[in-house]
Design a protein around this ligand. Structure first.
Ligand SMILES: *Cc1c(COP(=O)(O)O)cnc(C)c1O
Length: 417
């Protein structure tokens, strides 16, 4: 839990049940029915609070940052840097200069692979990933592994979709140069024991990157508690805008890493003979940053801070249980991913049907779910399936949404069965 919350037990939180009304899109219609949005694991909806912050920025505060002496540029710079500080507090990082603004989780991982990997990876070494990874936490490592001559190894899962830590322990050695795993699986909802994974890797001095893209939606993150070396996430998956995300890294490591992109902002001095680079975080933020996106992300953090993270998680667990038992009653459902520690994601198959066909029927009924491989093809291959139907819930969903989903799945079963 962020220090601000820990220290201030007098904070009066809003009730989680009030959240729904803050999201304008949830009172719109899709295909003639009230929208039921159950695809938050792909991208979350945005509250009016965030939309207003973005609107206000372009109407009243827009200018380039870190350059102008004029007041408007100062204002934009202040807002931009305040957002960095908000993010730091949200993840309980030590210094705001450890917060690097990037386009999203994907870019954060690429930055580490290209900057840290290019400099420090040695041929013959190993990178450990897991069977649960999103393509974004596979492909950047494959690219650098190929270039530098490293091997990729994969932490296996059991049939519930939980990482096998005893095998992971055996995979660790001095040869391992990076461990990169997700905090929460987007396809199955498994919550991984990231703190334990970090502890195990650190016994061999192996750095760990945590892909937190799915974690920030469900509560606060404490990067110091987790102990990881890098933590990445995307604004759009936590009520913020697209095109903005964060790479958080330990200062000591970030300082040792070379810049990745070159350009304005990231330099101290430039001449054709020699260029010197700026300090953290600017060293990694070449060019005009996504100023508005950062401010929108800061607003998303502020919005989130109105709610008690513990209540958010408890409420989502309630939705998860309600959805799971409702689907069980339909019959003919195969759940994919039944980890003990799971977030509000339900991945399933309906016997005798293709996920895509079920998705189309649900769409006609105004229900948005994800169907397919969820950018986790190796995981789907592991289960021997082409994909699943995935309903993923956020704190703005309610039991009526789930009732509509169950009703829709019943309908699909009748029509396709
Ligand atoms: C969405 C997601 C990503 C990629 O996030 P982008 O916003 O597309 O960069 C990576 N990992 C996980 C687990 C995700 O859910």
């Amino acid at each position: 839990m962020p220090a601000i919350l820990k220290e201030n037990s007098a904070i009066k939180f809003r009730a989680v049940r009030e959240a729904r009304g803050d999201f304008p899109i949830l009172s719109t219609q899709m295909n003639g029915r009230p929208l039921v949005f159950l695809d938050s694991a792909a991208s979350s909806q945005k509250p009016q609070f965030v939309i207003d912050a973005i609107d206000k920025y372009y109407r009243e505060q827009n200018a380039n940052v870190h350059r102008g002496v004029y007041s408007l540029s100062q204002l934009a710079t202040d807002l931009f840097e305040q957002s960095r500080e908000k993010v730091r507090a949200f993840i309980n990082g030590q210094y705001s200069r450890e917060v690097i603004f990037v386009r999203g989780a994907t870019e954060g991982i690429n930055l580490v692979a290209q900057s840290y990997g290019r400099k420090f990876f040695k041929p013959g070494g190993t990178i450990i990933l897991s069977q649960l990874e999103h393509h974004s936490n596979i492909v950047p490592w494959q690219m650098i592994a190929e270039e530098k001559g490293l091997e990729i190894k994969v932490i296996p899962i059991n049939k519930e979709g939980e990482l096998q830590l005893d095998t992971f322990e055996q995979m660790l050695s001095e040869k391992v140069q990076m461990v990169a795993v997700n905090h929460i699986s987007n396809a199955l909802g498994t919550v991984n024991p990231v703190k334990e994974i970090v502890e195990m890797a650190h016994r061999f001095d192996v750095p760990v990157l945590i892909d937190g893209a799915q974690a920030t939606l469900h509560g606060s993150i404490d990067v110091q508690e987790i102990g990881a070396d890098f933590y990445v996430f995307s604004g759009h998956k936590m009520f913020g805008p697209t095109g903005i995300g964060v790479l958080w890294g330990k200062e000591e490591l970030l300082n040792k890493m070379p810049p990745w992109h070159g350009g304005g902002e990231m330099i101290k001095t430039v001449s054709f003979e020699k260029t010197t680079f700026n300090e953290l975080p600017f060293k990694f933020e070449a060019g005009t940053p996504n100023i508005c996106g950062s401010i929108g992300l800061g607003a998303a953090v502020d919005y989130f801070s109105q709610f008690d993270p513990k209540e958010v998680v408890a409420y989502e667990k309630e939705l998860l249980a309600y959805c799971t038992s409702g689907l069980e009653e339909v019959g003919g459902i195969r759940f994919v991913g039944t980890a003990k520690n799971k977030t509000s994601v339900v991945s399933f198959l309906l016997e005798g049907t293709h996920p895509y066909d079920v998705g189309i029927i649900l769409d006609k009924l105004g229900i948005a779910v994800r169907t397919g491989h969820h950018c986790t093809q190796p995981l789907m291959d592991h289960y021997g399936i082409p994909g699943t139907i995935r309903a993923s819930m956020a704190m703005y969903n309610n039991k009526e949404d789930i009732d509509r989903l169950i009703e829709g799945v019943r309908r699909a079963k009748m029509m396709l069965g």
